[in-house]
Write a protein that binds this ligand. Sequence first.
Ligand code: SF4
Length: 367
Amino acid sequence: MFATPLPSQVSSTTPDYPASLEEVTTDLPKLAIPPLLGASVADLTAWVQQQGQPSYRGKQLHQWLYQKGVRSLAEISVFPKQWREAAADTPVGRSTIHYQSVAPDGTTKYLLRLADGNIIETVGIPTPKRLTVCVSSQVGCPMACDFCATGKGGYKRNLACHEIVDQVLTVQEDFGQRVSNIVFMGMGEPLLNTDNVLAALRSLNQDVGIGQRSMTVSTVGIRDRIRQFAAHHLQVTLAVSLHGSNQQLREQLIPSARHYPLADLLAECREYVEITGRRVTFEYVLLAGVNDSLKCAVDLANCLRGFQSHVNLIPYNPIKEADYQRPNGKQIEAFVNVLEEKNIAVSVRYSKGLAADAACGQLRASQ
Ligand code: SF4
């Protein structure tokens, strides 16, 4: 039995959460001058009709926004000249690239300037078969994790749906190739901005055409939010940042863990597996001398025993503001061996683009 409500019951306590991606709509038609990006073809059709245009213009607008990446309606040559000019100032919702740095392996980190002047970071990570985009969900982050440059920079606001979708289109345009995968692992805690993240997931899936299974939402764990997220029965991967295999370590590294004990977080993750039938990925940043001992590995294996999960170990990328170091290869290997001996599915993910300062929050901190 579940100690907490099943999805159908969850909706009564979370009225703002739609039941599926198809039901996620923007509030575009209610706005006088909306940012258009993030809107579905139905929303865009309603909007062009409000502007006195025939409904088929909605589909044209959708194509020009998501496939051609227009930044102004003035660029849409299939629209009548008079309307094009009249609607030229309608906000589309695109950012500008403020700065970008490219690592030798091609990983590219962008600082994007938003309409209100705020700066966010986005990373494009190319491999022979994929182009992955690491997107931000907030300007800054309120979680203040001790090892994270973003956490040390403070928090300003949630990102709107269009500001999340724009990051993916920007990387796609700059690389000149389609984005295949998206990870919500940039600035911010996505489950503190669930409505906009859900709307962006819908748009990225249905408007941009990226498969749900190719998208990952990463969280340090916000009480009840994982259960609420599960209620949508999405096919996206949920990644939970553990970073510590006991309560004391988690509190040291993630201040918010004080309000959300590890045992409760793991119980909610088990519910997620029960509700969605999908395994959870656990992220664990390896910090030398802090959480990389064999005892920590044993504790981690015990936490996850019998759990449908996968562990991603991420050797730490040092930042100026934190006193942490990356463990050496031998220590990482020993940690992996302990988990494998205990039948925990594990992989080591070396953060790409170290030379481009591409670890969480570092590029912005250095500008
Ligand atoms: S690690 Fe993630 S959740 Fe923690 S402060 Fe950094 S961006 Fe926020």
